[in-house]
Unconditional design. Structure first.
Length: 240
């Protein structure tokens, strides 16, 4: 049976900067074609796997999976559902909502930054698998200045509360601010960055994830904003 989908929903899910309203306006201007014929209605049904759909003369390729870069604000949880707090999925427009969508990896409720939302379970597994050591980079602001021994301790690996052992990581001071730094981790324990600094007698007052693997958070994304990624961009996560 053909897998039919509304034209505006399909285009919005594949072209991140076009809303359903935008698609409707483009149809009125005969700038969207289906199999070479101008589409008259944005709610027409199409088969993305079979039909050739073009916007302004550019063919839109069907992608089995969707990959969304989100700049997560504080107050949202990285979950598909939560009875107490809004989830990161609630920040996405209806045209990007699809069955099986989930945040690949977690950020604490009070942490900001890069969250990858996708329905590609295989990519998520590769990204989070300990054997792949995909690095994650964070910007950190601390209550007290960075100690002289912090860099060495982080690079050597350290034991934190409950006996958990952190693998060697990288701490990069920021020259014009003694209370801030970057931290690069190769594992993902619960509240790891916060717990590492607490072990050293310091406290994280602000935390933001700025990159996963070889892919950095788009500097133009405001808090709560999202961006549909191309597959070649997603591949940069694992090309490290």
């Amino acid at each position: 049976m053909a897998e039919l989908m509304r034209l505006d929903r399909f285009i919005s899910s594949q072209v991140g900067n076009l809303s359903r309203k935008d698609v409707k306006e483009l149809c009125k201007k005969n700038l969207i074609t289906v199999n070479g014929i101008p589409a008259k209605r944005s709610d027409d049904k199409v088969n993305p796997k079979l039909d050739i759909i073009s916007v302004k003369g550019n063919e839109i390729s069907y992608n089995k999976y969707i990959y969304i870069m989100l700049n997560k604000p504080q107050g949202y949880v990285c979950s598909t559902r939560d009875g107490l707090s809004p989830t990161v999925l609630s920040l996405l427009p209806k045209e990007l909502q699809r069955k099986g969508l989930f945040p690949a990896g977690r950020l604490d409720k009070d942490t900001e930054g890069f969250v990858l939302i996708t329905d590609d379970g295989e990519l998520s597994h590769k990204m989070l698998s300990p054997k792949n050591h995909v690095p994650k980079k964070y910007y950190v602001e601390l209550e007290k200045p960075i100690g002289n021994d912090y860099i060495k301790i982080f690079s050597s690996g350290m034991e934190i509360d409950n006996g958990d052992i952190c693998k060697p990581s990288e701490l990069i001071p920021i020259s014009n601010n003694p209370n801030s730094c970057y931290v690069i981790l190769h594992q993902g324990m619960y509240h790891q960055v916060k717990r590492m600094f607490e072990t050293l007698g310091n406290k994280v007052v602000f935390l933001k994830r700025i990159s996963i693997g070889g892919l950095s958070l788009d500097e133009n994304l405001a808090l709560g904003e999202w961006l549909v990624l191309l597959h070649k961009d997603v591949e940069r996560i694992l090309l490290i």
